[in-house]
Design a protein around this ligand. Sequence first.
Ligand code: ZN
Length: 424
Amino acid sequence: MRFIISILVLLCACHIVIAAEPAHDTSFAIENVRVFNGERSVESTTVLIRDGLIASVDAELELPSSLRRIDGTGKTLLPGLIDAHVHIFPGAQEDALRFGVTAALDLYHLGGAEATAAFRAQRESLARVGEADTWTSLTAVTPPGGHPSQMAQSWGVEIPTLADDESAEDFIAARLEAGADYIKIIQDATVIGDTALVKFESERLREIIDSVHAQGALAVVHVSSHEEAERAINSGADLLAHIFQDQVATAELVTLAAEHDVAVIPTLAVLARASGTDHVDRLTAHEGIAARLSPAQQHTLAADFGRSRTEIIERALESVGRLHAAGVDILAGSDAPNPGTGHGVTMHQELELLVEAGLSPTAALHAATALPAKRFGLTDRGRIEPGLRADLLLVTGDPTVDITATRDIVGVWKNGYEIELAAD
Ligand SMILES: [Zn+2]
């Protein structure tokens, strides 16, 4: 592709300007642009990027004449999106980056110290990369017979579990020593066929979460039901992965969540798929989106649960709306590559669903940028402000008014390097 473009440039440079390859210098300015800085909008300003970092946000900047400039008129510049719930596989982080997702938080990874060392090296560097940065829990704390052991056979692997007579402290320490960034705990009593998945009893769950905290990490608890969400919050969970679908959050649960300052990553896109909504169809009907999908993204987006129960998404949206209204932090996460999702691309649907749940477009964007950065302690990103890395997403229009404008992507930068937006 690059080769062909170079020839075209040679042949045609005399009379047409071709937007060929992205520029590869990491110092430039975006002028006359609306900035969503991670919390709120600033109209018509200039953002100066120097050596891969955001140097300044100021409408009155005097720019050196030699500096490359990009006109941001009619466009909005956002921090690169942070997907707070993914399961990565080879190619996933490349797919994510093309859709403006510059950081992704993995919540179940079979790798070990070698993988986490590579993730850490990438995200601490300002080098030119073609992938989103990665954080991970590694494998989760789950009892024998707990989720996802029912799936492990089809994966062809044995997954570690924590039996009642084993040390929770040692199990957690092993993950942290292997470089886990936070600990995922599974609390899922879903009945599959005739058998319920095994979950931890309250006392054991509290002991596990206490041990996570004693070892200085965050406890992210996967919950499947209202009852388990309540148990997880009462046991000290910092974050809940997934919103339950068995009932709408009660006023008591909402108050409990707010009092405990728990954050919720509801992963609504998967629930919308399970409810048979048309969100995926509308997402993939967008021309720019469709043009950038890799075969892997097309495949997982097209996958289905083979059932459609509209009450699943209706209850979930209602619960998220109530939690948000009570001041509970809601974080955007795609749960890609589950059926009906794709890495990166699904964040643009999750944002729409968060708005349907009752978040303002600005609050939804906050849920995908500064808020996950704050809750997960990512101090060098999630906002557009001096000193942070230039992980940026430029879109046409104003997503703080119409959230679907995030789909109209015109530029993505990682560490100040512009990303090739077409899929290979
Ligand atoms: Zn997941």
